[in-house]
Design a protein around this ligand. Structure first.
Ligand SMILES: [Zn+2]
Length: 458
């Protein structure tokens, strides 16, 4: 089983302040996590940092001893989680980028004890933090250590620490570290990315990600290819429409056939996010390419609850009733766990979410009540929008690359929403807001009962 760990930037900063206080001696902390487990991937989602008091530890430049009673507040807080996990972290102030033999002995005893607390057979983990904030980690399950499948720190930038050393780039794994070159390909090859909604915009995003070299691609969409989609779904064919092939299967087969040995592992899931949320939560990043407010609300919750970066993309076209358009534009939002939310940015409204939940509970009534065309204000079922969708899809994928590589000038926090107005021909961006009072308290909960804190999800 692959185990990975995700922290928010705030948690990472709190750990750095605790573990590297500036006196050159080792220090330690606990990290309480929520979990998402599936059969092949286990995700530890950072919930809360618990410093182990310096005065209650024996600290030297090369060792630290702490007392097990420091675990009491962690165990108390863990009672509020449906699937808790406990991670131990200590520092190597001299920068030694590996677990020592003393660490091995300590960890073996510790993880055997931790496994007895919950007896769920799920993995726990240990981390070392280096003086520059770099992380080295390993998972422990059923008597065995294994390197983490990435430790992620997700803030306005997304950092992935490989676990053989502490550097947050692909540079030390091989010599190819060029942004928009081997560095991009190498980093993306280690990521699992989910695309929710595989129609006009999502199909282009899937194509871009596949050709950029993403390692695993989860595709989610409930619908089949129809004749009317052929003018805007990349890689869709007449045969798919004739056979009513699910969109996710059409894309999966095309990507795999086109790229062959260079293709990512594609995981097609036919269904809504309400059905496919479990698998989506195992992705390292998620793209929302849906016009469903309910799906956007689910994505908002996934982002916070499972500590994952979420990029939402939307195209907005409004008819002027004279055959022209009064507005044409697009928006790309970058959302980070523990920060603001798409709800707070008015990316969807809860009234619409409630109306849409009828889609699942009473599909006939839903169809009767809701008829929203692609171009607001007209009934146009073959909108000629592939060029607009493609521009929006490129913006969204560039957003991921910019957050991974940090190559843009200025503060990333100042450009969390980006808008393009195709009528007035300008681009603008807005800063991220305060932490969302509805969503940010969910940060790091992992699995909950009921799923995503909502009734009615399968
Ligand atoms: Zn150590």
């Amino acid at each position: 089983m692959r185990v990975s760990l995700r922290l928010t930037d705030d948690q990472h900063q709190a750990l750095k302040a605790q573990l590297h206080p500036g006196d050159g001696r080792e220090a330690a902390a606990w990290l309480l996590c929520g979990r998402r487990c599936d059969s092949e991937r286990s995700i530890l989602c950072g919930r809360q940092v618990f410093p182990i008091a310096h005065e209650a530890s024996v600290r030297t430049t090369h060792s630290i001893t702490w007392r097990m009673d420091s675990l009491s507040p962690v165990l108390d807080a863990a009672q509020a989680l449906a699937a808790p996990a406990i991670v131990h972290i200590h520092s190597h102030p001299k920068g030694a980028a590996a677990f020592s033999t003393v660490d091995d002995e300590c960890d073996r005893v510790l993880h055997v004890d931790l496994a007895k607390i919950y007896e769920d057979g799920e993995p726990s983990a240990s981390l070392i933090m280096l003086p520059d904030g770099g992380l080295i980690g390993r998972g422990y399950r059923k008597g065995k250590f294994a390197p983490l499948d990435g430790a992620f720190v997700i803030g306005h930038l997304i950092r992935r620490f490989p676990t053989a050393d502490g550097n947050a780039t692909a540079a030390n794994e091989d010599d190819r570290n060029q942004v928009f070159g081997g560095g991009t390909t190498s980093l993306l090859s280690k990521l699992r990315v989910a695309v929710v909604g595989c129609s006009g915009t999502g199909s282009v995003i899937a194509e871009l990600l596949a050709r950029l070299g993403v390692g695993e691609l989860i595709l989610i969409d409930p619908d089949v290819v129809e004749d009317k989609n052929l003018n805007r779904i990349i890689n869709s064919m007449q045969a798919h429409a004739t056979m009513a092939t699910p969109k996710v299967d059409a894309l999966s087969v095309s990507i795999t056939r086109n790229l062959d040995r260079n293709a990512p592992r594609v995981i097609p899931l036919r269904g809504t996010l309400a059905e496919a949320w479990r698998f989506t939560a195992t992705a390292d990043a998620v793209f929302g390419c849906t016009d469903s407010s309910e799906a956007r609300m689910h994505l908002d919750r996934l982002c916070h609850q499972y500590v994952m970066p979420y990029i939402d993309v939307g195209v907005d076209l409004r008819a002027d009733k004279l055959g022209g358009v009064s507005y044409a534009g697009m928006a790309v939002h970058y959302l980070r766990p523990g920060g603001d939310s798409l709800l707070a940015r008015h990316g969807y409204r809860m009234e619409t979410v409630e109306a849409e939940s009828l889609r699942r509970t009473d599909p006939e009534l839903y169809t009767e009540r809701v008829r929203i065309g692609y171009i607001e204000g007209v009934d146009e079922d073959r909108p000629a929008v592939i060029s607009i969708n493609t521009q929006a899809a490129s913006m969204a994928v560039n957003e991921l690359l910019a957050r991974l590589h940090g190559y843009r000038s200025g503060r990333p926090a100042d450009h969390s929403s980006r808008y393009v107005n195709l009528i007035e021909e300008f681009q603008t961006s807005e800063p991220s807001g305060q932490p969302c009072p509805v969503m940010s308290p969910l940060c790091g909960l992992g699995d909950t009962n009921p799923p995503l804190g909502l009734v009615g999800l399968s």
